[in-house]
Design a protein around this ligand. Structure first.
Ligand SMILES: [Zn+2]
Length: 307
């Protein structure tokens, strides 16, 4: 099951107060496939979503609503033109003569209803990408006016004086003749899902975020350790090369005794760290002392060119 349909299922299981139930139905119908005297309808791949829409149409007086399933498995719920269609529109404050359909704020009587309405809109035209893939939640809306009206609803949630504040700043873009209202950041998506009662889905977004952070940290650390390893391997290779040149010129005895001993040890133990080299010396030597002597060896070898 896609993350979108999981979210919708969770939203459909929310138990509404009567006022909110009305508001949710309003969002569901207004943002469906059509909402006019020519018919009120929704098309979807999900049967339970189609059934919930049918129920919403009936609850507003649309008794003649029809439910059908295509051979491809797509569901269409349609309230055809006629008396019932007029009745449903009128229950929501429309007479069908509107040149442009706008949002009727009178249907969102209480603050609680606003979240239910938004939930209805998501059920009708929303989708969300699985948070493991990317953070993206959108509403695909055919009318620009409705898209703009819908976006304004979120303003109230970003008000710092509000009882419960959310970060919900949707953006708008046009895509192939439809208007897309979308959220692109994980915080907005979490807040949106929490606001609309899809708590499990919100948790899944939070978990995905935690997991991504851990993965990024591990990668960053591994890269850092690899770079360090590269550096010490390169340094050891340079030292070994210098010592070879000194040996080739029989010049080892020209070095102080402990430095000469360290040079021989480095030739044998090319993978030892500075600390390990120091510990293997007799008597043992500090890391700083090892580092100092290896630098002297490199310096000393400069007089012996490659052959
Ligand atoms: Zn309410």
């Amino acid at each position: 099951m896609s993350f979108s349909s999981e979210v919708k299922n969770e939203m459909l299981s929310v138990v509404n107060k009567p006022c909110c139930s009305f508001a949710q139905s309003y969002g569901f119908l207004l943002f469906g496939r059509s909402f006019s005297l020519k018919g009120v309808s929704l098309m979807t791949d999900y049967e339970n979503l189609a059934r919930a829409y049918e129920e919403a149409v009936r609850s507003l007086g649309g008794k003649s609503v029809r439910f059908s399933r295509s051979d491809a498995g797509r569901y269409t719920v349609l309230l055809p033109p006629g008396v019932d269609c007029r009745r449903v529109l009128s229950a929501l404050g429309y007479d069908g003569s509107e040149r442009r359909t706008r949002l009727n704020y009178a249907n969102l009587r209480d603050e609680c209803c606003r979240a239910a309405f938004i939930r209805g809109v998501f059920l009708a035209c929303g989708s969300v990408t699985s948070p493991e893939k990317e953070y993206h939640l959108e509403f695909s809306i055919s009318s620009k006016n409705l898209a703009v009206d819908f976006m304004k609803l979120f303003d109230a949630y970003n008000d710092l004086d509000a009882e419960q504040t959310f970060t919900l700043q949707p953006r708008l873009s046009a895509r192939g003749g439809v208007y897309v209202v979308y959220f692109k950041d994980s915080t907005s998506i979490e807040d949106f899902l929490t606001l609309t009662g899809a708590q499990n889905a919100a948790l899944r977004v939070m978990n995905a975020k935690v997991f991504k952070n851990i993965k990024n940290n591990v990668n960053r650390r591994t890269n850092f350790e690899m770079a360090n390893l590269d550096r010490s391997v390169n340094a050891a290779a340079q030292q070994v090369d210098a010592i070879r040149r000194i040996l080739r010129h029989n010049a080892l005895s020209l070095l102080p005794e402990d430095t000469a001993q360290l040079a021989l040890l480095r030739m044998q133990e090319q993978e030892m760290s500075l600390r390990e080299l120091g510990e293997a010396m007799k008597p043992p030597m500090s890391r700083t002392a090892v580092n100092y002597r290896l630098k002297k060896i490199l310096e000393f070898a400069k007089q012996f060119p490659d052959e």
